[in-house]
Design a protein around this ligand. Sequence first.
Ligand code: NAP
Length: 242
Amino acid sequence: MDIANKTVLITGANRGIGQALVEEALRRGAKRVYAGMRSPVPHPDRRVTPLTLDVTSAAQIRRAAGQVDILDVLINNAGIALYDDLSELSVVEQHLAVNLFGPLKVTQAFLPLLTRSRGAIVNNVSMMSLAPLPITPAYAISKAAAFNLTQSLRALLAGRGVRVHAVLTGPTDTDMTRGFEIPKASPPSVARAIFDGVEKGDEDIFPDPASQSIAEGWRTGVVKAMEHQFAAFAPASAATAA
Ligand SMILES: NC(=O)c1ccc[n+]([C@@H]2O[C@H](COP(=O)([O-])OP(=O)(O)OC[C@H]3O[C@@H](n4cnc5c(N)ncnc54)[C@H](OP(=O)(O)O)[C@@H]3O)[C@@H](O)[C@H]2O)c1
């Protein structure tokens, strides 16, 4: 997969990692970049088409899908992270709505286009998909579920030629980690590593120094081997489903 001349859609594109992904897609010569935003703002590059897209809104997802006719790469990047202690069920539900059901619904809406292009889905999850940081447990639950969703989609869509990547991002310097005093990667460096991983065809992408420190252990570990064994059980019907 070469991003040059491709059409890419990025959710949560107005700031943070999403904004850096827009710039990096343009730098690599993308033909068109659909920038999904809750409050769209124009972009100086004419290759960027802003799309109104709150990933929790079925109506906005449907409308956005109607505005796109070709799509090679969908990047589910939009996300929220709130500090919590699991005492409020509504906080868990809020995280699941954005970080789990958001990517699932957006993926379903754009899957016909991605199937046609034999394209790629990139889910920006988190290192916390693998182990929770107990200051944001609701976030970690939603990202663990989103990673598991990514693994299922990967198995189910392989027969249709759609690649599904997980990005196990570590601490990155955005609004999301403001006030959290630890070493952080820059959003542009993370965006570059994400597209490098997509272009190389890496199933799981570790785009920063913190996540890279676990990459080798993950790729050669028992859980990854189990994922590959289980993937063989994907029903043949998944390859032809609409
Ligand atoms: N920063 C990190 O250290 C880190 C680490 C691991 C994973 N990640 C993941 O990377 C992704 C991007 O995070 P970030 O660090 O760039 O965070 P950020 O700067 O806080 O940006 C979050 C983005 O998501 C958008 N968003 C939130 N709720 C949305 C909704 N309902 N519909 C559509 N867009 C919505 C925001 O839009 P508004 O401006 O409208 O709020 C914003 O564009 C997230 O999925 C996050 O979990 C980040």
